[in-house]
Design a protein around this ligand. Structure first.
Ligand SMILES: [Fe+2]
Ligand SMILES: [Fe+2]
Length: 156
């Protein structure tokens, strides 16, 4: 298991869910609220990867749909102590996590692994800085759900 999450190993599931909502769901929404306008500005720059803006717009829609499914369907089931009946929703969420990992490797391909060109504008620098945080956070977010929350909820 990702060592960051050992401290939550014996925590109540509702507390783990609260942590996920505050530390990841809200944070990803704030990150995209900055990422999208910055990417729109950068799209006017020479040499900016042409596919990056539409890619990020699609990623944001896709991720928001995923967060809403967890918030509206899966997490309420787990909070109600019915996680053991959530086999199908958990399977779907884990498939979507796999897709998000694929999207992160596409992001790395599109941006030369978030490497800035020498002449990058300050917006472009900010954009890649936030994308780096977003990538690290999303990987942790997937780990805490796949490795801790989901297995414990299914075994309740
Ligand atoms: Fe989540
Ligand atoms: Fe998730």
């Amino acid at each position: 298991m990702n060592p960051k999450f050992h401290i939550y190993q014996n925590s109540p599931l509702s507390l783990i869910i609260d942590h996920i909502l505050q530390r990841y769901h809200e944070v990803h929404r704030m990150q995209f609220a900055n990422i999208l306008p910055l990417a729109e500005q950068c799209a006017k720059c020479d040499d900016f990867p042409t596919q990056l803006l539409p890619f990020l717009q699609a990623f944001s829609v896709d991720l928001e749909n995923h967060l809403q499914k967890e918030e509206q369907v899966l997490f309420p089931l787990i909070n109600a102590g019915r996680g053991s009946m959530a086999t199908m929703p958990v399977r779907v969420m884990m498939m979507e996590h796999d897709n998000h990992q694929v999207a992160l490797s596409q992001l790395a391909d599109l941006t030369n692994n978030l490497t800035l060109p020498e002449n990058a504008s300050s917006e472009w620098q900010q954009l890649y800085e936030i994308l780096q945080q977003f990538r690290d956070d999303l990987l942790d977010h997937i780990d805490i759900e796949n490795e801790l929350l989901f297995p414990r909820a299914l075994n309740e």
